[in-house]
Write a protein that binds this ligand. Structure first.
Ligand SMILES: Cc1ncc(COP(=O)(O)O)c(C=O)c1O
Length: 435
């Protein structure tokens, strides 16, 4: 590394230490300064190119600085940047109508806000208003945000910071079949983990407004439940009058090979929350529900930046791009290729304990021979990948799941390049084991 570059990074790291709250953590022992993005690539300030296999955590599904989306944003910025929801403007209403068509089923009433946390907070408020109940149920290995209530319904201990989280939250085990929390084996288990929901509902009758979960646990290590899990859970919730909130922050907008993750499981959420990829990198989120449930929220509600014109214009262009390029089918096809290649790697490297995921949302769980989670090995692999020009992610309750969520515009040859670099990174760390 050139001395001038090194000192530039040092300079920014010092600013970070001095001016940011220490909880803001970053990847890599030796980080780079990212300056530019185009398609599936990011570039640092030395001009070094990186294949981005994490998409800013599942955000830029249509690629960095997608020209069609940028054009819509520039045009909107020139006309009208922001007003807020107290005025009637075109982009927000066109987006609401467009989303109602894009989302399968009866979900067609949107409330726009800015972040995933805010959308989940709003969805839970709506569930309370609709049911007149006070409590929530959530899954042990899911994540739903950083605000008071959303971090309280987040089960992964790594992300639970508040020493006094909300008390009206009841957790059930996550359906993590490769490591069953009930010590059972799928399918002979008969999906007993879903019955845990019923036990809680019987214990606290008429108290639980909604169960909130992701369709595939993202931060929890790309955990894909068996289809029967959601079918059973949905029946139990219906029986007890409990709403189902599906948080599609990571799984939404074609990532898993369908428009939304819940479509893989034959279920219909009562409230859907979306954010991240909705505007391909501009901040916008929403909770979306049915006509009937929407009727319960009539007291005035507003969000300063909720569906602001610029983000709404970006979201409209994003949905157009996804539809016209059939990104759902593309994620399905290329995800199958990536999974096949990852399975070949699993045969080669015993460190890879499991390969799982849907579409272009894949996780490789790393474990040592004695079964211990290989979190330190993963950190070294991520660093070695970065040095080779590839950025990948890290998830899982034990922080040992190498995660790929590339932009959905990635090509076959870029996937082959990615696999070649992953092979190189594994070889490097296995040839030089940590002391
Ligand atoms: C599944 C899920 N829900 C909610 C959130 C919170 O979103 P935000 O950071 O926009 O508040 C995240 C963030 O990573 C997420 O992955």
């Amino acid at each position: 590394m050139k001395t001038a570059t090194k000192s530039r990074i040092q300079n920014f790291l010092e600013k970070k230490k001095k001016y940011l709250i220490p909880c803001v953590y970053h990847f890599y022992k030796s980080p780079m300064l990212l300056k530019k993005g185009k398609g599936v690539y990011l570039y640092d300030d030395t001009g070094k190119k990186y294949l981005d296999a994490y998409s800013g955590v599942g955000v830029v599904n249509c690629g960095h600085s997608n020209p069609k989306i940028l054009k819509a944003v520039y045009q909107q910025l020139r006309n009208l940047q922001h007003t807020t929801t107290i005025y009637i403007t075109e982009p927000l209403l066109r987006l609401a109508e467009r989303l109602a068509r894009f989302i399968p089923g009866k979900l067609r009433r949107s409330f726009f806000c800015t972040s995933g946390s805010e959308a989940n907070e709003g969805a839970m408020l709506l569930a309370k208003l609709h049911t007149g109940r006070t409590d929530f149920m959530a899954l042990r290995q899911a994540l739903h945000g950083r605000t008071y209530l959303t971090s309280s319904v987040t089960g992964i201990s790594f992300w639970r910071t508040d020493p006094e989280p909300a008390e009206n939250v009841h957790f059930i085990p996550s359906p993590t079949c490769h490591e069953c929390p009930l010590g059972l084996k799928y399918p002979s288990c008969k999906i007993k983990c879903a019955d845990e929901a019923e036990k809680i509902l019987n214990k606290y009758p008429n108290r639980i407004a909604a169960l909130i979960t992701e369709s595939v646990h993202g931060n929890g290590g790309i955990q894909v439940p068996p289809r029967e899990y959601f079918e059973r859970l949905e029946k139990i919730l219906k029986k007890h009058g409990v709403l189902l909130i599906i948080d599609e922050a990571q799984t939404g907008f074609c990532r898993t090979g369908k428009k939304f993750g819940f479509q893989h499981f034959g279920i219909q959420p009562d409230i859907l929350t979306v954010c991240k990829a909705l505007a391909n990198g501009l901040p916008i989120s929403a909770f979306i529900t049915t006509d009937e449930i929407a009727k319960s929220y009539i007291k005035p509600g507003a969000s300063t930046f909720g569906g602001t014109q610029t983000s709404a214009a970006a979201a409209l262009a994003t949905l157009d791009f996804m539809d016209s390029n059939r990104l759902d089918q593309r994620a399905n096809r290329l995800g199958a290729l990536l999974k096949k290649e990852c399975r070949k790697l699993q045969k080669k490297y015993s460190l890879i304990f499991d390969v799982r995921g849907l579409g272009l949302m894949l996780g490789l769980e790393l474990r040592r021979k004695n079964g211990d989670p290989a979190a330190r090995d993963l950190d070294r692999i991520l660093e070695a990948l970065k040095d080779r020009g590839v950025l990948a992610g890290k998830t899982g309750k034990d922080r040992n799941v190498l995660t790929f969520m590339p932009p959905l515009v990635i090509t076959e040859s870029q996937i082959k390049f990615l696999i070649k670099k992953v092979t190189g990174a594994f070889n490097e760390i296995l040839e030089n084991p940590a002391s």
